[in-house]
Design a protein around this ligand. Structure first.
Ligand code: NDP
Ligand code: A1CAB
Length: 268
């Protein structure tokens, strides 16, 4: 892609997307310009990826054909206020901030602007991201397709109505954190059994990776895949019974409900 991609904020998520784009070869480093206030991070980013960096967001806004806002929701207004007069007429703004929707972004820019609300996740860093995209009515089909291709270059992408974004935040934006907790807990239990820690992380993580692949590639119901592991009177069903007794599934459902609620609250 020959367009200039600008990042405002290059932290956990902005950095993961930027690395994903470069690793996938979809964008040359010189076509990426990154604005952030953290000079140390900018220096490291420049050194590692060869992208252009600046502490002046307006420099990014002036050049970007696609402007990715990857700053925290609490500074959203202040950052947009600072750069809105510098953006190109036809810029496509991609916003990933939790709870910051299309309408609020349009209002903050104060004019007709192309906006795509996206909820990505950090596995973008390793080419296995999941992103949902919702465009406003000013974004053309070609521009939306270009954005989808960008996100597909480091994972999977789906176009979804904006009304689902709070749920998307719970199921794929935030969920890597729950999965890391699950892996950490499994590894701790393996260490308790005497397995060295490095091997314990590898075994727990590979089991999660393989199980996720089975869901995606076999098309079988997760319950049926679970049943394939549970031998009658065997070891797995003991573990499943213990998980059920401790409310494993209801804990996950409740966690996602409060996550989506928080996202809704942040959009008020
Ligand atoms: N982390 C995740 O898994 C996901 C995050 N998101 C969304 O992405 C956004 C960013 O989150 P995340 O990457 O985790 O946050 P980070 O804090 O890791 O990154 C934000 C970056 O923006 C920098 N920054 C602060 N102020 C400014 C400014 N005025 N101009 C330019 N840059 C600035 C920060 O610098 P400094 O550190 O010095 O403050 C930091 O480097 C959030 O809105 C979040 O909702 C969405 C999906 C997943
Ligand atoms: O925790 C957050 O608010 C952000 C949004 C999704 C993942 N991290």
């Amino acid at each position: 892609m020959n367009k200039i991609i600008g990042f405002i904020g290059c932290g956990n998520m902005g950095g993961a997307m930027m690395a994903g784009l470069i690793k996938a070869g979809i964008s040359a480093p010189e076509n990426i310009i990154v604005g952030d206030l953290n000079e140390k991070r900018l220096e490291e980013t420049k050194k590692e990826f060869g992208v252009r960096v600046t502490t002046d967001n307006r420099e990014v806004a002036k050049e970007a054909d696609i402007l990715i806002l990857s700053i925290k929701p609490n500074i959203y207004k202040v950052v947009i206020d600072g750069l809105k007069d510098s953006v190109k007429e036809d810029v496509v703004v991609i916003t990933i901030a939790a709870g910051k929707g299309i309408k609020e972004t349009e209002e903050l820019f104060g004019r007709d602007i192309k906006v795509i609300k996206v909820m990505p996740n950090t596995p973008a860093l390793v080419g296995e991201g999941m992103a949902a995209l919702a465009p406003n009515n000013k974004v053309t089909k070609e521009e939306l397709q270009e954005a989808v291709s960008m996100f597909e270059s480091f994972g999977q992408a789906e176009i979804l109505d904006e009304k689902y974004m709070d749920a998307v935040t719970a199921v794929s934006g935030s969920s890597p954190a729950y999965v890391f907790m699950f892996i950490e807990a499994m590894a701790d239990a393996a260490v308790l059994e005497g397995i060295p820690r490095d091997k314990a992380y590898k075994m727990a993580a590979q089991a999660v990776l393989g199980s996720a692949k089975m869901v995606l590639e076999t098309g079988k119901h997760p319950g049926a895949l679970k049943d394939m592991v549970c031998s009658p009177g065997g070891t797995t069903i003991e573990a499943v019974a213990a998980l059920e007794e401790r409310g494993f599934r209801s804990a996950v459902i409740e966690a996602m409900r409060v996550c989506a609620d928080k996202s809704r609250e942040m959009s008020k």
